[in-house]
Design a protein around this ligand. Sequence first.
Ligand SMILES: [Zn+2]
Ligand SMILES: [Zn+2]
Length: 588
Amino acid sequence: MNFSDHTHRLAHHEFLALWEKSCGAGPPAEPEFKLDPNLPAFEVSARDGRIVISGPSSIEWLYGVYDFAEKFLGCCFFEPGRERLEKTDSPRLPDGVLIPARKPLLKRRGFIQEFPFGPDSRELFDWMARNKLNYLLTWMKYYDTLDAASKEYLAVRGINIESGHHNFNYWIPGRRYNQTNPDFFAEIGGRRIASSDGKAELLLSEQLCTTNPALRREIVKNMVAYCRANPEIKTLSLVPNDGFGWCECAECSKFYDKNSKGDLYSVSEHVYRAGRIYHDMVNDVITMLRRELPDVNVTFCAYINYCAPSPGFRLEKNMAVHMAPYWRCINHRIDEPCCEINSNYARDIRAWCAAKDGGEVNIYEYYMGVNLYISLPMVHHADIFKEARWYHEQGVDGVLTQFHIPHWTAYGLNYYLMAKALRGEDEQTAVTFAMRRLFGADAPRAEAFYRKLKELLQSTGGCHIPYPYSLLSRTRPEQYRELHAMAQELSSDDPFRRELSVWTEYLLRFKAVFDDYHAGKAGIPEIEQFREWIHSHRATRVFVHEKVDMLLNAWCTAVRAERPWLHFNLDWEDAYIRKHEQRRTNHV
Ligand SMILES: [Zn+2]
Ligand SMILES: [Zn+2]
């Protein structure tokens, strides 16, 4: 049995199961699946009491089943693993087209998984298929742990895996090369670094001596071996380790202009640009790999000090760039020219699209703020639709976002609506549908709640980069009290609705500890109390507890060291936060 048969069988099974679950009995007739290569996507119609799902592939049939289930069977695929269903009578459907075929707005729609696979991974894969996401980018070290059955599970659901992310260390691990090939590693301050082999937790800032021809050949050799051992993988990455730390040897130094530093918007003013050296390596490695494995694609990333294509660089066949608007402003859309941060990212995205020559451009998003924004609000619902349309107009191929399941109550609506936006659904219809299904008759009050949350963000005045200091230093406690009261009114038996008020209570508490700390009235005991309160809500989907701990630990460390706490106690990062604040003050 081949791939399409399994997907076909799943589509058939899901159709019957979902109908029976919501209507209490099966459909009056078996569904019919019709292959129609001329359709741009699935189309659902009814004929003599039978549902006919046509489409160009079996995966589009599966999408058709899920779309039909949301629109006609009372389903709402809002959260992984938490079923949400309005029981309904079997729908009486007139003959004719029920859901017309619509070409997806963007080809690649996906998630970036920055954590290991676990017991809830299958629920996640189900959720992705139900929301028509078809791409999962994950770290190679996590993909290594995935069993064959899970790989099959993903394939049947049409989800392409990219095994990659930050991976210089995967291709050239320190444990294997530190002794034999010290010249593979970056030279800093006149000495070759010894790789920590990924053990330095955050911002590794350990790079390779990327101009070394023997190193490049070794990477290609290891890529070929990897693809032979994992033939299902068709997309790899070649992405520097997190952070900075590029090689300063004589050969590598030819690629830098020491007078040309990065930019404020991309948090790289303190280092020189590394675009030319990175793109030179990417070109060379992909050219060598293509000779051996012509059907394997290699992605690379664009952010911090290598945001834009270097002069003359072409995005050729087998290449894709993931462009990450790191520390973007979330108070403006990426396409708003008035935003002095995002307008730079928009320019970079246009430059990448102009460099397309058979390759692809994807956006690497953070529809959760960023990792250490720790569940503070980002309400990007309608904005995602406008951004998706703008990306489409520029020639962008896909959008992927970082995400976590444990904070779904805070950001799930961004993820759910992103999926709809990337397929090209209408903004108003999708937002209204989500509010009706999640809040029923309380939808207008829920809409008012989210408007108020958005107002909280906007009330910071101008740009807002999603780190806690930016929000908490520019908002007032009354705003959080008001939000909390609104969330309490929305509370019900439904876990998502109930958790909204845990979320707003958290915002209120965070703001209080923050203000007290700045007034000299709170220190480690208060921070620890706050932490304990957060950890007493492990059963909810409000917090990614490890990230909360990372930030609160940094806060306590700053208090102990009697240094002002801004974020994560990294001097260069704190300097940006101070600079943002200064620019705001100057504007006022
Ligand atoms: Zn070097
Ligand atoms: Zn802005």
